[in-house]
Design a protein around this ligand. Structure first.
Ligand SMILES: *Cc1c(COP(=O)(O)O)cnc(C)c1O
Length: 356
């Protein structure tokens, strides 16, 4: 038997984010808090009344209406899917593909280029500056020269935490000949957003998720807000009935708990600032400014060895030390204040032990 996948797929590595059984898990940018108990009860009540022998609402009318109202856009500017990763995949199936290009600015969220490759889209790579910001002049040059069909901007950027400026977005909008996708998975943790720029006159789509801020990573729900003519193409491409009745319902009920969500965002932002000061206070540690619920930092010495020592102390962070452009760096998610305390204490001990 010699059944082979597409050669470009055979050459791909899968997406990996290692999980280990430790007590303090600060590696995947999840919320440290589960959703409110009352939300779960309302959701389960609603589920009990769903006619399970019928297909769910294919147009997601109710959820799109609720999200539209929440964000001040018409429902036909909203596309919902199983996590923002499915949103990104659908965007690439519609606007990328064979003979087309997608631009990313590395280091950034790995799934942008990973999903692009799976969809047969060629990747063009811009490089961030040493503070991980994107130089608008360099970005403009890359987009004019390579003419990508899709340009990804991730703000706040995962894994660096960098918030892109309005000036950078202006440059990208001016130079991009194709679709601009602004991934705002962490958009609620910062004041800057491209949401207000969304209109039918601009090829710009903002992608958001319930996974981080809404404490609903397990539900798998994300959405895009964009021009009507883009949303209509996405609806053509996505599989019919891709969203289960359970997901649709969860997304809608969650919006009624916006006040609780906003309060948690405030708590996590305050905790992030405490974590940032704690990192700054450690000798030899360099931490980068972050608009998200995580902080990228460079410990002194061998970062992988520091990561290992943290695991030995029951704390798991994300190891980026072997990533191109992120050599020597680790990323820590903002947890509860107790988790932040445990992490800072453990890192302090490790740094002291290495004698740095
Ligand atoms: C976590 C994350 C997502 C979320 O993906 P989901 O499929 O919605 O869980 C999207 N984009 C970025 C940059 C992320 O870090």
């Amino acid at each position: 038997m010699n059944v082979l996948p597409r050669p470009d797929i055979a050459a791909l590595e899968g997406y990996h984010s290692p999980q280990l059984a430790v007590s303090v898990r600060l590696n995947t940018n999840e919320s440290p808090y589960p959703p409110p108990r009352e939300f779960v009860e309302r959701w389960l009540d609603g589920l009990a009344r769903v006619p399970l022998h019928r297909y769910p609402d294919r147009q997601a009318t109710s959820l799109r209406g609720a999200l539209g109202e929440f964000h001040g856009h018409d429902p036909d500017r909203i596309f919902v899917a199983n996590g923002s990763n499915e949103v990104l995949q659908t965007l690439l199936l519609a606007y990328g593909g064979q003979g087309r290009r997608a631009a990313v600015f590395e280091p950034t969220y790995a799934l942008h280029s990973h999903i692009a490759r799976i969809s047969g889209t060629e990747i063009v790579v811009g490089t961030r500056q040493s503070d991980f910001s994107i130089d608008p002049i360099q970005a403009r040059r890359l987009l004019v020269e390579s003419k990508p069909s899709v340009t990804f901007i991730c703000s706040p950027n995962n894994p660096t935490g960098t918030v892109e400026t309005g000036e950078l977005l202006d440059a990208v909008i001016e130079a991009s000949p194709g679709l601009i996708v602004v991934d705002e998975a962490y958009g609620e943790f910062t004041a800057t957003s491209a949401l207000s720029r969304v209109s039918d006159a601009l090829p710009l789509v903002v992608v958001r998720t319930y996974s981080k801020v809404w404490s609903m990573a397990a539900v798998r729900l994300g959405f895009a807000i964009g021009p009507r003519w883009v949303i209509a193409e996405l609806e053509k491409v996505v599989l019919p009935y891709h969203l289960s009745a359970a997901s649709l319902l969860a997304g809608e009920i969650a919006l009624e708990f916006a006040a609780e969500m906003t309060e948690r965002v405030g708590t996590l932002v305050a905790e992030r600032e405490r974590l940032a000061s704690g990192l700054d206070a450690l000798p030899g540690v360099v931490a980068y400014p972050s608009g998200a619920n995580f902080i990228l930092f460079r410990p002194p010495g061998d970062a992988h060895a520091v990561w290992r020592s943290l695991v030995d102390r029951g704390v798991l962070v994300r190891d980026f030390s072997a990533w191109q452009g992120l050599e020597g760096h680790l990323r820590v998610t903002v947890g509860t204040s107790q988790e932040v305390e445990i992490f800072l204490t453990a890192l302090g001990q490790v740094v002291a032990d290495t004698g740095a």
